[in-house]
Design a protein around this ligand. Structure first.
Ligand code: MN
Length: 345
């Protein structure tokens, strides 16, 4: 968890900053963390980071462009050395909040690092702590959406359920919350909308900064029409791929291994929903693009399982214990699959 002192310290950075730049993970937890902080500050610029898993060196151009006095990094587990070094030369502090495993350079000079894993090893989503930092009840719904997106039912869920009984039923089961409530539908809408062209995402962020209630996302208004357009477009493709995966699930047992291609990666959404349908299975969703494969994994101890299966391959693997991601080369995919089958047995 974060200590009261850390919460205050982070809040001070937000209050001090005249021109904050928010670099956030390109998912709904990252987005909601940005919205909570930027709405609190009433200023600043947000950039959804598309390099994965780290903040890539190319994003230094945003620092040139925007000339911030503070850089806030939200929900990203890593920052490239190029980026850190250039920012250090400018003398701009990096205030970094995350809930993934802690890199060894987190204590580097010029970096102020906040992670609930540091004390008592809890790993609440970034938007959970963002809400504790800004402490404004009116913003609770934004934090709730961010937490749900990361499969986390926060301590303020009950209060949210009271305020928005038509959007959420009090439950301790995040899968149920995500796939059986309107609040969960908002998560999906935002998640798909983030997959749009950068210029459209920029417009979306501007609009989201002005919303007063979650209903404005569910209803199609002038502010949210482009969000809905993108959602519908992607959802159609998504449902198609999902039903293919469920066909495969019918003939698989402990391990559900599904691979697909196409222009758009929907792996984390697919693996989440498959985990909802088949909570006791190991879910592996592999997205093939060119010669590379991005894999999204869900299930008990799946990160360790993947690390084992990837041994000796040119690959990466990270994320959380039961919800993680990996990359590998396409020629290694059959071997990866075979090893998983053996390990799961
Ligand atoms: Mn997160």
């Amino acid at each position: 968890m974060l200590t009261i002192k850390q919460i205050q310290e982070f809040r001070n950075f937000l209050e001090k900053s005249q021109n904050p730049l928010f670099l956030f993970d390109n998912d709904v937890d990252g987005l909601c963390s940005f919205l909570l902080f930027a709405r609190f500050c009433g200023k600043g610029k947000g950039v959804a980071i598309k390099t994965f898993p780290s903040v890539g060196g190319t994003y230094i151009k945003k620092v040139h462009e925007f000339k911030p006095d503070y850089i806030f990094v939200l929900d990203k587990p890593l920052i490239d050395k190029d980026f850190r070094n250039s920012v250090k030369e400018f003398g701009i502090p990096i205030v970094w909040i995350d809930h993934h495993p802690i890199p060894d350079y987190a204590k580097e000079e010029g970096i102020y690092y906040f992670n609930p894993l540091q004390q008592k090893a809890s790993n609440e989503p970034t938007s959970y702590w963002a809400y504790k930092i800004i402490k404004n009840k009116r913003e609770e719904w934004i934090a709730m959406i961010g937490c749900l997106a990361d499969w986390f039912i926060p301590d303020f869920a009950e209060s949210f359920a009271k305020d928005y009984s038509d959007l959420f039923i009090q439950t301790k089961n995040p899968a149920k919350a995500l796939y059986e409530t309107e609040a969960g539908k908002i998560v999906k809408i935002l998640s798909f909308a983030l997959k749009d062209r950068t210029s459209i995402v920029v417009k979306m962020l501007k609009n989201l900064l002005t919303l007063k209630t979650p209903y404005e996302i569910l209803d199609m208004t002038p502010k949210t029409i482009s969000i809905h357009r993108r959602y519908k477009q992607i959802n159609k493709k998504y449902e198609k791929i999902l039903s293919k995966a469920r066909d495969i699930a019918r003939s698989s047992k402990k391990l559900l291994f599904f691979q697909y291609g196409g222009e758009l990666s929907l792996s984390s959404e697919l693996s989440n929903e498959l985990h909802y349908f088949y909570p006791d299975r190991i879910i592996i969703v592999a997205y093939i693009k060119g010669t590379k494969v991005n894999v999204s994994l869900r299930g008990s101890n799946v990160r360790d399982l993947a690390i084992n299966a990837l041994e000796g391959m040119e690959s990466t693997c990270g994320g959380h214990k039961e919800a993680s991601g990996a990359t590998l080369r396409i020629e290694d995919l059959p071997k990866f699959r075979d090893r998983l089958v053996k390990l799961v047995k």
